[in-house]
Design a protein around this ligand. Structure first.
Ligand code: APR
Length: 320
């Protein structure tokens, strides 16, 4: 068990994270920071702590409006950001439209981590995912592998769920990968999708697969529309914890993560969703897997979309 996990942002995702970290006893203490008055972070931590005798865990919960609560954290999960909410005209802002607001928040997040736990491994969830991680990397400049984004685990879980449902089999039987940026250009990798070790195409026809891959790409928006306010929060939190557990228990688990590339897939200097081995050092290895021509083309389109958003980040930061 490690000493301390820091959680930044105590809203919908941060709240589930804190509960689950405590219930799973992943650390001796949790430090939660959220700027929301009067003191959202303290309130969430007190609520969880007061339930701890019933759930039988001795994890110390400490919430604060300021970042010193992160002092000494060995792992940090960042959820601070504005989620996708329908605009007054009923349409959804794209993840990129949230960029400016969330960049300002990210500047504060980066400064907080740098001051209080500069050596922590960082998993970031805030959107637009790949661009926010890119900005955090500019601020923190950590050793490669110690900063990553959570997107692929969630996108792959959604793909797996849709496949399992359509094939009428257990979700436990379905393996899949979704790569690229965490946006409409993400690429469900059909050639890596297996049901009980067999190619998914032995179970589902082309038309069904195309439909559920399209649903995967739009899955975040589907939940946003149904909820009416805010975005998915349980599955993103669980997905980040899948990564956290791989790191904390040094599992060497292969999952899709937004990782800093250094030549892999022909890309350098960008965070892109790729398969990687997660262990005690964070992203320990990026795996280059064979892709079909269509998947490679899709990945190139997605990489270009991430590159464009990161160029917007650079331009916006210059003006801030
Ligand atoms: N420092 C700490 N916390 C902050 C800061 C900051 N500078 N700015 C905002 N926050 C907090 C907000 O007060 C809020 O409580 O971040 C929290 C975000 O919580 P929610 O609004 O409930 O959003 P959530 O659904 O948890 O999503 C968080 O993850 O999936 C993405 O798009 C989503 O970017 C969003 C993020």
């Amino acid at each position: 068990m490690i000493e301390k996990i820091g959680v930044i942002g105590g809203g919908m995702i941060g709240g589930v994270l804190c509960q689950e970290i405590a219930r799973r006893r992943l650390a001796r203490s949790v430090g939660l920071v959220d700027i929301m008055p009067p003191d959202l972070a303290k309130g969430k931590c007190l609520d969880i702590a007061e339930g701890s005798p019933v759930m039988r865990f001795d994890v110390r919960m400490e919430g604060s409006k300021t970042y010193e609560v992160l002092e000494g954290a060995q792992l940090v999960i960042n959820t601070a950001g504005v989620p996708r909410k329908p605009k007054p005209d009923g349409t959804l802002p794209t993840r990129e439209e949230l960029l400016e607001t969330n960049l300002k928040i990210t500047n504060a997040v980066g400064a907080g981590i740098k001051e209080y736990c500069p050596d922590a491994i960082v998993i970031s969830i805030a959107n637009p995912l790949d661009a926010i991680v890119y900005r955090l990397n500019q601020i923190l400049a950590p050793p490669r592998g110690r900063l990553m984004g959570m997107a692929g685990v969630l996108d792959s879980a959604r793909y797996r769920y849709f496949v399992a449902e359509a094939a009428g089999v257990s979700v436990e039987n379905v393996e899949a990968l979704v790569l690229g940026g965490h946006g409409d250009t993400m690429v469900p990798i059909r050639s890596a999708c297996r049901i009980a070790g067999l190619p998914v195409t032995q179970f589902l026809d082309e038309e069904t697969l195309q439909k559920l891959e399209e649903r995967t790409r739009k899955a975040g928006g589907e939940v946003v529309k149904l909820l009416g306010s805010g975005s998915a929060f349980v599955s993103p939190a669980w997905s980040a914890l899948e990564m956290a557990e791989a790191i904390l228990f040094d599992k060497k688990k292969i999952v899709a993560v937004s990782a800093l590339l250094d030549g892999e897939y022909g890309v350098s200097g960008l965070f892109i969703g790729v398969p990687a081995i997660l262990g005690r050092n964070g992203v320990e290895k990026v795996l280059e897997i064979p892709l079909t021509d269509d998947e490679r083309k899709g990945l190139d389109v997605s990489i270009e979309a991430v590159r464009k958003t990161c160029a917007e980040v650079d331009a916006m930061i210059q003006k801030m």
